[in-house]
Design a protein around this ligand. Structure first.
Ligand SMILES: NC(=O)C1=CN([C@@H]2O[C@H](COP(=O)(O)OP(=O)(O)OC[C@H]3O[C@@H](n4cnc5c(N)ncnc54)[C@H](O)[C@@H]3O)[C@@H](O)[C@H]2O)C=CC1
Ligand SMILES: O=C(O)[C@H]1O[C@H](OP(=O)(O)OP(=O)(O)OC[C@H]2O[C@@H](n3ccc(=O)[nH]c3=O)[C@H](O)[C@@H]2O)[C@H](O)[C@@H](O)[C@@H]1O
Length: 443
């Protein structure tokens, strides 16, 4: 099939590369010239495990192209996928500017019958608006079907998820459009859920909202565990073995970040509000998450009294491991709070430093060497559970820091392990390990 993709970010690029890998002829179109120049050289503008190899392979085999020219991308396509960003407006609703621009450009350049598929996460009713917009502008002799095909990949495992997803959701107005999408995805052997367009749009928001709810729920339980002397790791395991609950997404920590959970939960609250339904549960999920992102610095203030003049090592900048994405990352909240408290910050991340620097500028120092961050630091904050952070021998903290105090937002170490080192260790939902010397020194 000849496929065009509008938007070459995490979703558009990964989808384009994977569809070319299963034999389709794919042209990716983006309005960002610099991004396309890089891609034309076979260099991915984002970090995603396994992406570069597949990108180069399929470009070399002549199945994958990049262009900023909409005519080249859309005029001859059998299917066009919209995968542009849907960031949040100030009131939390989804900003559909890019989707509308993409739809308009598509309508102006199509020359043959085509199925337009929305992969971007959009509020219920958006695909109907896209259809109306395209119908208004397109040439009269061209027939257009519109379908919703929301995306469920996770950053950091996007290629794996595309080939091994739990389900593919296809929302259409008629069987014809559904059949075209079924044919496209059949080689992947992933279960397909066929439904109407509005239900498909809702499935995406409800999925992200449910996962975010699981995280805020376990974080609330963790906060109670701290007060009653229970251990959240054991509690999460104990409840997660019940198959009705499941073990996944019960990792307590410093809240969810990323380009989707924060914006999609807010967009769903707005969507509900538009139909006079106050989504109180989801409002609480968002509130808990905001609290959780600021928890580590609160713990540090409680421990030290004042953070003024202290040197902080911030370990991990990306919102989760294996990605360079720092959008809505807890690390940004921690860095800003530490600066406000008068501490100095040196942040370590294996790959997200350039993206973080764009947002935080020179307010903090950066390093790609974990040891450099820890040297002479008074306190270490673990914000992302990268492998190199999780597996860092505890002895390193003792060797490099002034008097090791760790605030672990991802529960990377077991309490048993930490107990054999002279380290003060304060994590999430577990007992604190306090060294008497660090208390004396800091009081
Ligand atoms: N990042 C993720 O893991 C996931 C994202 N989604 C959803 O997919 C959508 C895209 O997200 P990302 O890939 O993260 O976005 P992104 O921000 O990484 O990339 C969006 C791309 O669209 C381009 N663009 C903007 N307007 C355009 C236009 N008119 N024509 C062509 N290109 C245009 C931008 O230049 C940019 O390269 C969003 O709705 C998001 O909620 C869904 C599942 C997973
Ligand atoms: O719509 C989207 O963009 C995507 O959002 C999430 O994917 P992603 O944001 O890439 O990453 P997740 O692995 O879901 O993690 C999100 C955040 O939750 C946090 N998290 C996750 C799991 C957990 O148990 N605890 C926890 O705090 C992570 O640290 C991270 O900050 C969903 O998992 C994807 O299915 C969805 O397609």
């Amino acid at each position: 099939m000849k496929i065009a993709i509008a938007g070459t970010g995490y979703v558009g690029l990964v989808t384009g590369v994977c569809l070319s890998e299963i034999g389709h002829d794919v042209t990716c179109m983006d309005t960002n010239q610099q991004r396309m120049d890089t891609l034309q050289k076979g260099i991915p503008p984002i970090y995603e495990p396994g992406l570069e190899e597949l990108l180069r392979k399929n470009m070399a085999q002549g199945r994958l192209y990049f262009t900023v020219d909409p005519k080249q991308a859309y005029s001859n396509a059998d299917m066009i996928m919209i995968a542009v960003g849907t960031p949040e407006n100030e009131d939390g609703s989804a900003d559909l500017t890019y989707v509308e621009q993409a739809a308009e450009t598509i309508a102006r350049h199509i020359q043959k019958d085509v199925v337009v598929v929305t992969k971007s996460t959009v509020p219920v009713g958006t695909n109907e608006k896209i259809k109306q917009m395209i119908e208004r502008i397109k040439p009269a002799n061209v027939h257009v079907e519109v379908a919703s095909n929301p995306e469920f990949l996770r950053e950091g495992s996007a290629i794996y998820d595309t080939f091994h997803g739990d389900r593919i959701v296809i929302g259409t107005e008629n069987d014809k459009a559904a059949e075209v999408l079924e044919e496209l995805y059949r080689p992947l052997g992933i279960p397909i859920v066929k439904t109407d367009i509005r239900s498909a749009e809702m499935i995406k928001y409800a999925s992200n909202a449910f996962l975010a709810t699981k995280i805020s729920f376990i974080n609330e339980i963790a906060n109670i565990c701290e007060k009653v002397g229970a251990n959240i790791d054991d509690v999460a395991y104990g409840i997660g073995l019940d198959e009705r609950i499941g073990l996944r997404f019960l990792q307590a920590g410093i809240g969810y970040g990323g380009s989707c959970f924060p914006k999609d939960t807010k967009a769903l609250v707005q969507l509900a509000g538009n139909v006079q339904h106050q989504f109180e549960l989801l409002e609480a999920v968002i509130k808990v998450n905001n609290y959780q992102q600021s928890l580590l610095v609160q713990k540090a203030k409680k421990f030290f009294g004042s953070l003024y003049g202290k040197r902080a090592a911030l370990l991990g900048l990306s919102f989760k491991p294996n990605t360079d994405d720092v959008r809505e990352a807890a690390s940004l909240v921690i860095a800003r709070q530490l600066l406000q408290e008068g501490a100095s910050v040196i942040a370590y991340d294996p790959i997200a430093v350039p993206n973080a620097r764009r947002l935080l500028g020179s307010m903090i120092d950066y390093t790609e060497q974990i040891e450099t961050a820890l040297v002479r630091a008074d306190m270490a904050f673990i914000a992302t559970e990268w492998d190199m952070i999780k597996t860092l021998p505890l002895q390193q903290y003792c060797d490099l820091m002034n008097n090791p105090v760790i605030f672990d937002g991802r529960n990377c170490y077991s309490l048993n392990e930490v107990q054999s080192y002279p380290i003060t260790y304060i994590s999430i939902g577990r007992k604190e390990i306090i060294q008497k010397e660090s208390v004396d020194l800091n009081c």
